[in-house]
Design a protein around this ligand. Structure first.
Ligand SMILES: NC(=O)C1=CN([C@@H]2O[C@H](COP(=O)(O)OP(=O)(O)OC[C@H]3O[C@@H](n4cnc5c(N)ncnc54)[C@H](OP(=O)(O)O)[C@@H]3O)[C@@H](O)[C@H]2O)[C@@H](O)CC1
Ligand SMILES: [K+]
Length: 463
């Protein structure tokens, strides 16, 4: 059972049903869920008055179990319901609670609040009056916990269907749901804690986990560690950032191929003056190149288009970013080579693949399948998808990453890790992880260059 599995509501229901078919009693699973959630709230350390809001479904049932367990532990608990309990398990949980049940719309506030109104069964936004009441109660509490999901967020896509307050903690029951990691819902979840239910789970979609990196081999030399080539263009800074990120991410040699030889930057990068696309073809005729990055600072003019064409035809494993993606999106005569890594942000993604339906996870997976490429669908929530259906989701990157040049660093990292691993999906996952981790290591208001300085510590933490 993976602690990183992300399940849709339907997959979660199927996993629960499989457990029931294997002999687990439905109410026993609710007891397990409620007790595990209660343990988490108890360990959070607050013993002050607690108000639990219980909805009509099994999420509400969990709430009644939490209420009973917390009261057994001496916490002053009140329960307020929204409608009658409708499922067998929820009715049993309510019957086992022998205290009063208030009306949620009139219940007095409390120091601690638990939202057990709706979880994976939410089918529409909350009525305005209910959503307002939930916000008022959560905002006036000192500590707030959402059971499984904040009520009002859509589990599979992370959309916010009605006004949802920001919670202190969200307790994911059994497995992560897409909404825990996808925006805008993720931002409202607060601290995420997984409450394992010990039922078997299967999913191709995982929360991005910390990579296990290895030291270079004792007999390694610069070429055995991988030669990365970076095709530069009109904006030197972008390809310099990318080149240095590649050099700092484990590649043995980085060669920057551009019309300019810059004065600054690290001396470890080899700069080759390449004045036109034909000359680029000659430079790329080097079989020691194991990863080729095109896009950061490339430009969008005819020369840029010609350089991209040469790179696409070179046969080297590719990372395509920024202007390369814009050119690919505009020019039907260019096609995405299978096995490449593409790193589009929202706008670039739409230009390449159109407006696809469903969640960001579904869109990334569809694009990877259609193109045969590994897609790093960037954003505050980054989704990495492989053509074979594997998906890794990195929620919650530092919002300070929204500054110029950080995408170039990510692209360089992807090329560097591709040179080391020769595995596009793994390289993309490692790059996204290291990029996010480096950002958390930087002080606020950092610039892209600072990320480069934080990379050695991010890598050291994963050896
Ligand atoms: N399965 C299990 O054994 C276990 C499940 N577990 C727990 O169960 C949760 C899923 O339970 P669930 O499927 O009962 O859905 P839940 O989120 O409680 O709500 C559904 C009810 O709400 C109603 N409703 C929906 N939207 C509404 C709205 N906007 N406003 C008003 N009503 C609305 C909807 O009615 P309808 O859509 O038919 O009108 C239906 O009656 C899951 O998140 C986890 O906490 C754990 O205990 C582990 C064991
Ligand atoms: K909830």
């Amino acid at each position: 059972m993976s602690v990183d599995a992300i399940l849709t509501a339907a997959q979660m229901r199927a996993a629960e049903q499989a457990a029931f078919d294997a002999g687990v009693e439905p109410y026993a699973l609710m007891e397990r869920a409620g007790r595990t959630a209660a343990d988490i709230i108890w360990r959070a350390g607050h013993r002050r008055d607690l108000l639990i809001l219980c909805g009509p479904g099994n999420n509400g049932g969990d709430g009644f179990v939490i209420a009973r367990v917390m009261r057994e532990r001496g916490v002053p608990v009140r329960v307020a319901a929204l409608g009658e309990s409708r499922t067998d398990s929820a009715q049993r949980a309510k019957a086992a609670w022998d205290g009063p049940v208030e009306d949620m719309m009139t219940a007095a506030p409390a120091t601690q609040i638990v939202d057990a109104l709706f979880g994976t069964g939410l089918s529409r936004g909350l009525d305005d009056a209910v959503a307002d009441r939930l916000c008022a109660l959560v905002n006036s509490a000192a500590a707030s916990y959402a059971v499984d999901l904040p009520s009002g967020v859509e589990s599979d896509g992370g959309a916010v269907l009605s006004t949802v307050p920001s919670f202190g903690v969200t307790i994911a029951l059994g497995a992560w749901k897409p909404a825990h990691l996808l925006q805008p819902a993720s931002e409202l979840c607060g601290r995420l804690i997984l409450a394992p239910l010990d039922i078997p789970l299967t999913s191709d979609v995982q929360r991005l986990s910390a990579p296990h990196l290895t030291m270079p081999a004792v007999d390694a030399h610069k070429y055995s560690r991988g030669l990365v080539a970076v095709v530069g263009g009109g904006m030197a800074g972008a390809s310099l950032l990318a080149s240095e990120a590649a050099a700092r991410s484990g590649a043995g040699v980085v060669r920057r191929l551009a019309a300019d030889i810059p004065g600054g930057g690290t001396h470890a990068i080899i700069h080759r003056k390449v004045m036109h696309a034909d000359a680029l073809a000659g430079e790329l005729d080097d079989q020691r190149i194991v990863a080729l990055l095109v896009g950061p600072g490339l430009g969008l003019d005819a020369d840029a288009r010609a350089r991209l064409g040469v790179a696409l035809d070179s046969g080297h494993p590719l990372v395509l970013d920024a202007d390369a993606l814009t050119l690919l999106g505009k020019d039907d005569t260019l096609s995405i080579p299978s096995g490449a890594i593409l790193t589009p942000h929202e706008g670039e993604f739409e230009r390449l693949f159109g407006k696809l339906p469903d969640s960001k996870i579904d869109r990334a997976r569809a694009a990877a399948k259609a193109s045969g490429a590994v897609i790093v669908y960037k954003g505050a929530d980054s989704v990495v998808a492989a053509p074979d259906g594997r998906v890794a989701v990195e929620g919650r990157a530092s919002s300070w990453l929204s500054t110029a040049g950080t995408g170039d660093v990510l692209a360089g990292l992807a090329a560097g890790r591709l040179a080391v691993t020769c595995d596009p999906f793994r390289a993309a996952c490692e790059a996204v992880w290291l990029h996010a981790d480096a950002a958390w290591r930087c002080r606020p208001a950092f610039v892209a260059d600072d990320l480069l300085g934080a990379l050695p510590a991010a890598i050291a933490a994963r050896l």
